[in-house]
Structure formats: C-alpha cells, structure tokens
Design a binder for this molecule. Sequence first.
Ligand SMILES: [Zn+2]
Length: 289
Amino acid sequence: MIQRVNEKRLTQLVRELAQKISREIMQAGVKANDFEGIVRLNRAVIRWQEMELAKLGYYVKDECKIILNSQITNVERLNFTFYHELTHHLIEHNDEILSLFADAYIPTNTQDETMERLCNAGAAELLVPSDNVYKMVKEKEFSTALIPELCERYRASSIAVSLQMVNIAHHDCYLFIAELRSVSLDKALQPMLFPYDKVRQQQLYVIYSAGSPQSKYLMPRNIPIPYGHLMYETLKYEGEAIKGKDDIPRRNSINHAWITDCDAMYFRGKVFAFFNVSQPINNQQMLLL
Ligand SMILES: [Zn+2]
C-alpha cells in the first residue's frame, strides 16, 4: 500500500536519521569538524572546488561525493554546508525516506526546495541536537536573544541553533536568515540613486528560511529584504534583539503586506529574524504540553 506523508513527517524522519548518525559519529570517536573522518564513516568522499561565492557546495550522488566551495571562509557557513551535503548523502542512501519522499504530498515543482529544507533540518540536528535547544527555550523565552547563548553553550553554529529553535517552536512562526550582499548597480546611476548613503550599496538577502511545525506556508530564499525593513535596524546594534512589527519577506509582497511581530538580531555577520504569526508559548504553557 502506498503511504502518503507530508513534509512535516519527512522532516521528523530526517531528524531521527541525523540523530542516529550523530550517535555513530560520537561512538566512533570522530570529531564534529573532522569532515574526512565523518565522510569515511559514511562511505562518501569529500572534495574542494573553487566556485562563485553564492554557491556553497553540492552532492554528486553517483560518486557519493560531497563538493564544498573552497572560497567559503566563514566557519559556520562551511560547517552548515558540509552537514547539509552529508544529509543529501544520508537521504539518498535511505530507502524508507526516499520512497516516502517519492509518494509524499509534495507538488513536483517544489520537490527540490523540499529536499533542500529536509537537508537543512538534518544539518541543524547534526550540529546541535533539538533536545538541547528545547531544554533551554523551555527555561527562558523564545527570542533571537537566545541565539548567542545557545551558540556559546553548545559551541554550535548560529544557523543550526536558530533553525532548531523554529523546528521545536509550538507557535506559528517563520525564521529568516539574511546576509549583506553587494548590490551591483549601474555605475552611472549609482551617484544619482544613492548620493549620500554608501550603506545602500549593500542589501540584505535571505540565505535560509524555515517555518515552525504550525506554520502554513513555504518561504523563499535568495530574495532581497527591502530597504527600511526592521531587519536593517539590527545592523546598528550587533548582538541585541530588536523587536517590532514588519512585513514577512516574500516574493512580490509589495501589495500584500503581512505585518507580524518581528524579533531580529544581527549576530556573527548574519541577521536572524523570527516572525511570530501567533504568540510564542511561555514557559508555564510549555510545561503542560
Ligand atoms: Zn542541497
């Protein structure tokens, strides 16, 4: 009988797979940053290749080969990319997940995006176990203010920590992670458009997005954040959580603003923003769940 599952169920299975592999890596005494040791343990190989900066890496299924961009210098980005590609490898060799994925309720045109989100969920779980994040969110409150603390306590990547926060959230929320990119403007137009404001030659771009299990929509990546958005405010106050209301970044959202509570922070070169569609559940309510 064909079993038809949804993306949430697949995410859960990928996280369980990641937990199993984490245990195996630990039991084998291989360190989390020993990429060669980890791929050997999982019967894969790793190669480095010079690519344009927007690309991070990819996985070659037929050769069980993880390719990483040798241009990436940011350690967090590199770690996250490695574990993302490793999850591709793990999924491609897991018959249960593969067959469920093939029959799942996922439109054909969004299958690639779904696979990318599954690999992000696997990478996050491999880098920081969701149980650890859950424990701390339960003790404190759901806010970007927790990201530096979680990174410090578990020596984890900020990308993994924030993705795990949204994965374990009981309320309806979205996470966007953005980075500043140089905007290539027509040289002749540049002084006319931005005569005074040099900052505007850089723009925030979404590098990762995710929704909590309660969320309804799939959010895009690789879209610019419009100037004036609350997320830009954070750039002036590194490491501080900035709270307010603003539009959830989407494609063509100009005429369809979706204003919600936004809690954002600039940390380790990236802007993290939670958009809370419903209110985060407080500690007391969480204990009852
Ligand atoms: Zn991928």
